[in-house]
Design a binder for this molecule. Sequence first.
Ligand code: ATP
Length: 318
Amino acid sequence: SGGTGTAPGAASGTAPGVTVRVPAKVNVQLAVGAARPDGFHDLASVFLAVSLYDEVTAAPADRLTVTCEGPDADRVPLDRTNLAARAAELLAARHGLDPAVRLHIRKAIPVAGGMAGGSADGAAALLACDALWGLATPRATLLDLCAELGSDVPFSLVGGAALGLGRGERLTELPVGGTFHWVFAVADGGLSTPVVFGAFDRLAEGRDIPVPAASPALLDALADGDTTALAGTLANDLQAAALSLRPELAATLAAGTGAGALAALVSGSGPTTAFLVKDADAATAVAEALLASGTCRATHTATSPAPGATVLRAGTPA
Ligand code: ATP
């Protein structure tokens, strides 16, 4: 897809528009430093993209609109605060265009679940609008725009695995030597990321917080594709904070490990929980056990790494 809008489907009467598929993420390590004077925290975040995807379609329209479908669609804002809408406005402003586009989100990533669903839609909308409008914006510029939208947005564009420093937005891609299998347990409701960081600050009060750094053993486990080694090194500094706000998540974590998961952790700021398992069969078994335990609302099985935001289908531009 060269960003010109000429693509499979263009000739066959498909609805005009560009569809981009974008993955969720899990932080296999999330090291959180002390609060900075600006209120943000320095992070060492090891992102891994997983095969749980949202899709964003951009189509020509008179004005900017956002619609959303999926089990959590009622919890997604459809105004200008939606990250997909903000991405369209940012890209349009950059090129002196009017952001006249219809954005439709097919949402599978849990909302406010710690899997960067909103960030994913921002990255997807950026790429979809860039293709729809035939802009061919350089990759480096797209990454800058992503960082402006939010700390997790650049990774949604890049996918795979990456170490994020700063607020998580300064990315270095990481090698991954195999496929990892996951189960995700979706909790009722969401958790606000700033609220979880606030709980982290309260728990950290009076303690010495080390400068965040990536774990060499964890990076080796990723590079080797070694599930057992990765299971032994998973770490999320926000987990205690998320559990302090949602103590019932402890039962979900225990249900997953009880069912044979090699490791369990809160995904990002939660409340989604992530379970690393040996293979696809183990994923099915752990997902069934988690649902049967009654400690979660839904489960997803997924593999990683997954590719970043990708144009799936480009119809005829208006
Ligand atoms: P992260 O893991 O990056 O901290 P998250 O996965 O916990 O994020 P999101 O799903 O990104 O959380 O949503 C956080 C809030 O952002 C939502 O409660 C919602 O109000 C707002 N939001 C804006 N745009 C979107 C979007 N496209 N999809 C979902 N939520 C969005």
